[in-house]
Design a protein around this ligand. Sequence first.
Ligand code: CDP
Length: 223
Amino acid sequence: MDKAPGTPPLVIALDGPAASGKGTLARLISEHYGFAHLDTGTLYRGVAWLVLNEGGDPADPEIAAAAARDYAIDKIAGADIRTKEVGAAASVVAANTEVRAALLDFQRRFAMKPPKGARGAVLDGRDIGTVVCPDATVKFFVTASPEVRARRRWLELEASRPDLKESEIYQDLLERDARDAARDDAPMAAAPDAELLDTTHLSIDAAFAAARRVIDGVFRRCG
Ligand code: CDP
């Protein structure tokens, strides 16, 4: 869907805890509406990977901030940033205000001027509806029970890490959620005007259908 000149882009924000299904939903929504998609977690994972790859400590504020300032997508080309260890380090660097500030402009530019002239953008993360795009056209806060989320993440990582136990992943998700929700700067939170979507008992198709109903309703009202 291309954008008519002068029309502000439509922005769909999806926030929520780890492995809640927001990434899959964001991808399906972006494909369906022909919007650009930015998984903002990859930015924090990328910064964390850069720090770990240099043998640095993700909790060191100077090192994490320098990695965020130097961050560029080609620096993490081919890196496996989806691991449990990189996820944990990502939530440590994500609590650093300088890291967040260094990544903010890129996210806002993506939303305001989606690549390839797309008419809209879908961003998923923790603070999209609250901080990055508070004026987003549609906002979702996607949740699921911790047990279901741990099972989903375990299935996702099983092939590459058969040694990981589901109980370990469960613990890791709880720790990461607690850190993400407790930080001072842009904590994970549902925007007051976000639509809550609990995917605990929903298939991917059912969650996608529910999201589409909300989006289509808002788009109809916006004309
Ligand atoms: O895929 P998963 O839900 O496990 O996590 P992710 O979206 O890849 O994000 C990894 C980490 O980056 C999170 O635990 C957050 O600490 C951080 N993050 C953030 O602080 N703000 C965002 N907008 C996106 C991710």
